[in-house]
Design a protein around this ligand. Structure first.
Ligand SMILES: NC(=O)c1ccc[n+]([C@@H]2O[C@H](COP(=O)([O-])OP(=O)(O)OC[C@H]3O[C@@H](n4cnc5c(N)ncnc54)[C@H](O)[C@@H]3O)[C@@H](O)[C@H]2O)c1
Ligand SMILES: [Zn+2]
Length: 368
């Protein structure tokens, strides 16, 4: 027997079925049974979504003769924890969810990331179906297969790539979402437009008033276009390899994550932090990546019309720089920034001279 073997396993081509339709939640049961050959369903959600949409989801699943039980976690980012993950494992054990079972995640990005990781790790991986109920989750986190939890050392540090077998998007559920959460989701739409799809940016620009008023037709259209834009990126680079295109989706996130961490994940919603992050990344893009000043101004004007913040709220420059250095996406100590070279095109992450970063942060309101 040779000492060194090279083993080639068949490529794992994950398939996801994605369905976007108003009122789709009422047909969750038939979507699940047409997507996976399961008879037992663990419906995982948070307390707020359970109260608003849990009964409809459960009734639809049971109406399709699926043995479904609901597992509820507290709402909020703090549920993306080892503690809640361990609770889910216990609950899945109690339900007796075996390999023929399926996890359905009903909720925002928190529930999707947590329940998706529970599915990825339970029995070394059972299928899951994502039913995103926030705009952020509908336009961004529900596709791409990133799942995981936060650790005391940082956000999203433990996780797995585990593509959902299905994604069911019902824009009607956004009707119960607080307006501030809708605006936060729109920040990721602007990101998708600036970083990967100029036509999406122009659509959001043309329909900014309808989006700001949360008109369902406009929201549904940006959901469709954002999912298509994200899929195009993720299919080319599913695992975010160095130099692969997926990192473009982190436009605005270097500073965004630093703001969230510095402020303790309370004061700003993720999308709000990303909006401020894009304002700064836009300024750096003009300085360091050839973005036309006119296009930077269009970005900031759109953020403003959508009711999103662009100024850094009372955080010191030193605190931000320290956080930015620690960002897990930075390598060898140097923080890296995704910059937009022109509308709809982001660059691979690159190091930016410290003095440019400091000037841009001070301009955006960081305390000296
Ligand atoms: N996996 C990915 O690719 C990816 C991408 C972006 C963000 N994320 C993660 O997503 C998380 C943020 O997601 P989020 O912004 O959706 O937050 P969230 O899941 O906490 O939802 C926000 C709030 O809205 C409530 N809610 C959800 N749907 C509702 C509805 N239809 N009506 C009324 N209330 C509703 C929730 O209970 C919660 O209180 C972060 O943890 C982030 O790291 C993941
Ligand atoms: Zn984001």
């Amino acid at each position: 027997v040779p000492r060194d073997l090279e083993v080639r396993y068949p490529p794992q081509r994950a398939v996801s079925r994605i369905r976007i339709a108003p009122g789709a939640l009422r047909r969750l049961g038939s979507f699940v049974s047409h997507t996976v050959p399961a008879s037992r369903v663990a419906l995982i959600t948070d307390a707020q979504v359970a109260a608003l949409h849990g009964p409809a989801a459960l009734a639809s699943l049971r109406g399709a003769r699926l043995a479904a039980e609901m597992i509820v976690v507290p709402r909020g980012e703090r549920s993306k924890s080892v503690r809640q993950l361990a609770r889910l494992w216990d609950a899945l054990g109690t339900l007796g969810l075996d390999r023929s079972g399926v996890v359905v995640a009903l909720g925002g990005g928190v529930v999707g990331d947590l329940a998706g990781f529970a599915a990825a790790s339970w029995l070394r991986g059972v299928p899951w179906i994502c039913v995103p109920t926030t705009l952020l989750a509908q336009v961004d986190s529900s596709v791409g297969g990133k799942t995981g939890i936060d650790l005391p050392a940082g956000k999203n540090l433990a996780g797995a790539f585990h593509q959902p077998a299905g994604v069911l998007v019902d824009a009607d559920v956004l009707g119960t979402l607080p307006p501030r959460q809708v605006r936060a989701g729109l920040a990721e739409v602007v990101k998708m437009g600036m970083a990967v799809d100029g036509a999406l940016f122009r659509f959001a620009e043309t329909h900014a008033a309808d989006l700001a008023l949360r008109r369902p037709e406009a929201l549904e259209e940006v959901v469709r276009r954002s999912i298509a834009a994200k899929l195009a990126v993720v299919r080319r680079d599913p695992h975010e390899r160095p130099g692969g295109g997926r990192a473009a989706l982190n436009y605005g996130h270097t500073l965004g994550h630093a703001l969230e961490a510095t402020l303790g994940y309370r004061r700003l919603l993720h999308g709000e932090a990303v909006a401020i992050g894009m304002a700064v990344a836009g300024a750096l893009s003009v300085r360091g990546a050839g973005l036309a000043e006119r296009d930077r101004a269009r970005q900031d004007a759109l953020l403003e019309r959508l009711g999103l913040p662009r100024r850094i709220p009372g955080v010191s420059l030193a605190a931000l720089l320290a956080r930015i250095q620690r960002d897990k996406k930075g390598r060898a100590g140097a923080a890296r920034w995704v910059l937009t070279t022109r509308m709809g095109h982001a660059s691979v992450p690159r190091s930016i001279p410290g003095r440019l970063v400091e000037a841009a942060l001070l301009d955006a309101g960081a305390r000296p």
